[in-house]
Design a protein. Structure first.
Length: 195
């Protein structure tokens, strides 16, 4: 089974996160930030990963530390549960529509941290959530997960739709990338022999 629990305690957040890559999309998310809970719930559903998050953060300041630290924990869980990456597809990509929004996401579980993020969200806030924190979340995830992720808005005018479309798109490309290819189950998906 590819599952793990991560605990991270700092002066700003206390987080317990569980990740199961071979789940059914179940989630139990309690971050103290309603918009992030919504995004992580749909991320779990579309990736088919089981995810539990319990976070007590300094949300009286703002949501920054909570969002960033959950991204760190999710990335750390992801890289640890993948292990040496033996047998995985490694790559995944999807172009996902949601009403007027259209987002492309592509991932390479490469061992190299890189984010190319061009969402261009039109409003500075989505409810009480700072739109710029979406990019902070993905940077935190990418750095901890040691992977390359591209998230590109191809169309869209509604900030909520664009953000939701991005989380769903990343979920679906990660789902594809972590699948075990039975033909190459015992191989590292690289000519280098290591990722």
């Amino acid at each position: 089974m590819r599952n793990i629990e991560i605990v991270r305690n700092t002066a700003e957040t206390k987080i317990r996160l569980y990740l199961d890559l071979d789940g059914s999309g179940k989630s139990n998310i309690s971050s103290g930030c309603g918009f992030l809970d919504h995004m992580l719930t749909l991320f779990a559903r579309h990736s088919r990963f089981d995810i539990t998050v319990d976070c007590q953060g300094d949300t009286y300041v703002d949501y920054h530390h909570t969002v960033e630290d959950i991204g760190i924990c999710l990335g750390e869980a992801f890289v640890r549960v993948i292990g040496d990456k033996r047998g995985i597809n490694r790559y995944g990509d999807v172009t996902l529509p949601m009403d007027e929004a259209l987002v492309l996401a592509a991932v390479d579980i490469s061992g190299r941290s890189m984010l190319r993020y061009t969402l261009d969200i039109p409003t500075p806030k989505i409810g009480d959530f700072d739109s710029e924190l979406i990019e902070e979340f993905w940077w935190a995830f990418v750095r901890s997960a040691n992977l390359t992720l591209h998230i590109k808005k191809l169309d869209g005018t509604n900030s909520h739709h664009i953000a939701e479309c991005a989380f769903k798109a990343v979920a679906r490309c990660l789902k594809e990338a972590v699948k075990i290819d039975e033909q190459y189950r015992d191989e590292i998906p690289s000519t280098k022999g290591v990722l």
